[in-house]
Design a protein. Structure first.
Length: 125
């Protein structure tokens, strides 16, 4: 995939977005990401999932599937918090913050910080 290293951050956020809402397994996520235009091989996705789990954003369990197992992932509380903070930041980047007045959205750091703080406060679990 072109620009893969750069886009990996967005892909991780997309994974967290889904993990915060529901459980998923790797192959489902590969299809879901493809729907959004991200072409990932298992050899790229699984190390990302393992790193997110190692860093405390995801947890996983094994589920029996006939004779084999598959690993099911979901977000931890930390992962859900990061998902909320990241969404505020994505809105900041794209200029879709709901209360935005400024015409120069990349310069108004004070507003951005307060939005992030609000998101963190709201997610006090
Ligand atoms: Zn999606």
């Amino acid at each position: 995939m072109k620009h893969q290293e750069l886009l990996k951050g967005l892909i991780r956020l997309h994974i967290l977005h889904h993990a915060a809402k529901e459980e998923f397994y790797g192959q489902w996520m590969i299809h879901e990401l493809a729907r959004h235009g991200y072409t990932l091989s298992p050899g790229t996705l699984y190390p990302m999932l393992h790193a997110l789990e190692r860093d405390g954003y995801l947890r996983s369990r094994e589920e029996r599937l006939g004779r084999t197992f598959r690993r099911i992932y979901r977000a931890t509380a930390l992962g859900r918090e990061a998902d909320k903070v990241a969404k505020v930041q994505v809105r900041e980047l794209t200029g879709q913050g709901r209360k935005r007045r400024s015409t120069d959205r990349h310069k108004s750091g004070r507003y951005r910080r307060s939005q992030v703080e609000n998101a963190q406060r709201r997610n006090g679990d």
